[in-house]
Design a protein around this ligand. Sequence first.
Ligand code: PLP
Length: 401
Amino acid sequence: MSGHAFLGSPIAASLTRGREHAGCPFMPVFGAPQVMFVRGAGTELWDVDGKRYLDFLCGLAVTSLGHSHPVVAAAIADQAATLLHVSNFFANPVAADVAITVDRLHGGGGQVFFCNSGAEANEAAFKLARKHGGRGRFAVVSAYGSFHGRTLAALAATGQPEKHEPFQPMPEGFRHVPFGDIDALVASIDQSVAAVVLETIQGEGGVVPADADYLRQVEQACRRTGTLLIIDEVQTGFARTGEWFGYQHSGIRPDVVTMAKGMGNGMPIGAVWARREIAAAFKPGDHGSTFSGTAIATAAARATIAEMERIDAPKLASERGDYLRDRLKGLAGVQEVRGAGLLLAIELAEGLDAKSSYTALLEGGLITNAVTARALRLAPPINVSTDEIDEAIAMMKRVIG
Ligand SMILES: Cc1ncc(COP(=O)(O)O)c(C=O)c1O
């Protein structure tokens, strides 16, 4: 079926009427989509009617080099015509290249496991922590307000009890402490705790950065007690915050890092990095995935990371982030700007609410995300131009003042 035939079909119509509609082919786990996009280039997206939008969300911090980046698109097309996939009984050189690069970006001395999403990266990290901890040392401590994914263990680690409720009982061995409270974290670490998992900026929780001192104290507490420190960089990783990884702002050295989202610029791929002596706890058969390190996904990641290195993406994210932050601060409707690099949230002024602001911005052609009742999340491409930032600010001025 051609793209056009689909768009004109009753299925497309049912989608825009809401996913609970009987004709909708998708399970109703997502809300009714407001727009159907058919094409993207850089920061721009076009919907079915040809209307242009500026994408200041990037599929939630995924398309960090912009839509349909020519280098990534060419790498995917080349790889598709060369070798898509072999099983993990065999090696492919693309995955090896990416593993070596990811290890280098973490300072070396580690090993990598590839998967397909952020939740899977966290699942693998939790299994590694349990295997490393040994019998009796299995628990994972995480923070309230965190988000680690939707699979059962990742959901159990997610510090949002209301998301657990419909799926009780949750898997055992997950406990939560207030984010930023070092005493509570230290008190939670007993002989049963295998790992602590934290985001350096709680993305889904409202773009709430961790204090660098807090992260350093967490690192010390983990070292003292032999507890693994897992940093979830699924949203913050790959240059988004102005460093390759969010933890690098505070100078800590995690034992395990989980990644996904921006890694393949839209190609589904995730990864876990662990220090070599920790990774050694895994033995053949302990973990795996059919698509782990598949050639097509790692080709996208190889091109994405190479392009990010070429443009010095961390520096660019930091510079464009400062530019955006400064202009946001000049808007009357903005009470506070928080975050780092190009992962930002604006807390709206009294009387404004995020949902209606988001809707009005979308109608005006700007894509953002209502991350809390009063905050909008912004995650534009790292190579967003200053003209595009100015254009987005002008749109925001019209809507939020
Ligand atoms: C910090 C963090 N961890 C994990 C996940 C889950 O990733 P995925 O949706 O790819 O499973 C997300 C997704 O938003 C995230 O922000």
